[in-house]
Design a protein around this ligand. Structure first.
Ligand SMILES: NC(=O)c1ccc[n+]([C@@H]2O[C@H](COP(=O)([O-])OP(=O)(O)OC[C@H]3O[C@@H](n4cnc5c(N)ncnc54)[C@H](OP(=O)(O)O)[C@@H]3O)[C@@H](O)[C@H]2O)c1
Length: 298
């Protein structure tokens, strides 16, 4: 299939491009600048420069493609994430670029859109499992861009077109956010949010890339994508071991967690998310878990 990937130079995008090329697809990676081209070519795809906020420009880029995959995000990787302004770019991408991408794809005659989203839109559900039908906890204005993005993606799925929305678990692997957490664990700084007895649903960067290939087989709908959920105290041990730290990674004290703001507050939610729907519909399986030795170098 001929597939265009936006956000192709980012963590998710690079993994998606590499996995799609390995599966034999003809892939165009979209970047806003010339210096993104060698990164995309290094993953075996063709690079194309386009403005992700301009639906006309995108329609030209997407012409003759069967599928568009939007992996765009700009998540602050360190403690600057506590400042609302640090999320300005990420908000703009979800609020405006995602809508322009859906519109550009529609105008170009693309038949399928695969949109990255996140499990962090679900409410804290304690030890209970979370399926795709769980109502989202997105009242706060901070979630508006993600809600708008979802609406644009859903609206694409008319007139015979389809949309697959992937609610991804928290990425871990070689990415900047995980690298920051590993360094903090090694240096003994508190870095983890949430309570030790709450659940986290993780997704290795490599498995996330493969999920975009599997999503080509999925029918229109929302799908959770993550590994087997683990207790955060387990994740703290795995993170500490992978960092070769003296002990488990440390939790930020409750009193400090209370003031992290709405963007990071979602990472305190207990999220025991089931990916059974995605697995049974596409055959995708997670292959790297937090207790797989060497996961930060894979
Ligand atoms: N589910 C999750 O847990 C999840 C999901 C996503 C990201 N993250 C984490 O967030 C961190 C950063 O992710 P990342 O490296 O993929 O993000 P990134 O490199 O900041 O952004 C990804 C790509 O989006 C494009 N982009 C960024 N800002 C843009 C803007 N203002 N206008 C137009 N294009 C823009 C860039 O492409 P060009 O410069 O080539 O145009 C960039 O390569 C990572 O640690 C990752 O793991 C986590």
């Amino acid at each position: 299939m001929k597939i265009a990937v936006t956000g192709a130079t980012g963590v998710l995008g690079q993994e998606a491009v590499a996995a799609l090329v390995a599966a034999g697809h003809d892939v165009t990676g979209v970047t806003r600048r010339d210096r993104g081209i060698p990164i995309i070519e290094g993953r075996g795809a063709r690079g194309s420069v386009a403005d992700v906020f301009d639906a006309d420009d995108l329609a030209r880029t997407f012409r003759a493609h069967d599928v568009v995959i939007n992996t765009l995000a700009h998540v602050p990787a360190d403690m600057t994430a506590m400042r609302p302004l640090a999320w300005r770019e990420d908000d703009k991408l979800h609020l405006e670029a995602s809508a322009a991408i859906a519109e550009g794809a529609r105008r170009a005659g693309v038949r399928k859109l695969i949109q990255e989203s996140t499990v962090y839109l679900y409410p804290d559900n304690g030890a209970e499992w979370i399926g795709e039908d769980e109502p989202l906890a997105v009242r706060h204005a901070a979630f508006r861009p993600r809600v708008r993005e979802m609406r644009a993606a859903v609206d694409f799925a008319t007139e015979g077109r389809s949309t697959v929305i992937l609610r991804l678990g928290q990425l871990f692997g070689r990415d900047p956010q995980t690298t920051f957490a590993l360094r903090a664990a090694r240096e003994g700084h508190a870095v983890l949010l949430g309570r030790p007895d709450s659940y986290i649903t993780l997704l290795h960067d490599r498995d996330a890339g493969r999920a975009f290939v599997s999503a080509l087989r999925a029918g229109s709908g929302f799908y959770n994508v993550g590994g087997e959920p683990v207790l955060r105290e387990r994740w703290a041990k795995d993170l500490g071991r992978e960092a070769k730290a003296a002990g488990p990674a440390k939790f930020i004290p409750e009193i400090a967690q209370a003031i992290v703001g709405p963007r990071l507050d979602v990472q305190r939610r207990s999220l025991r998310v089931s990916s059974v729907r995605f697995m049974s519909e596409t055959g995708w399986r997670p292959t790297i878990g937090p207790s797989t030795p060497g996961w930060s170098r894979m």
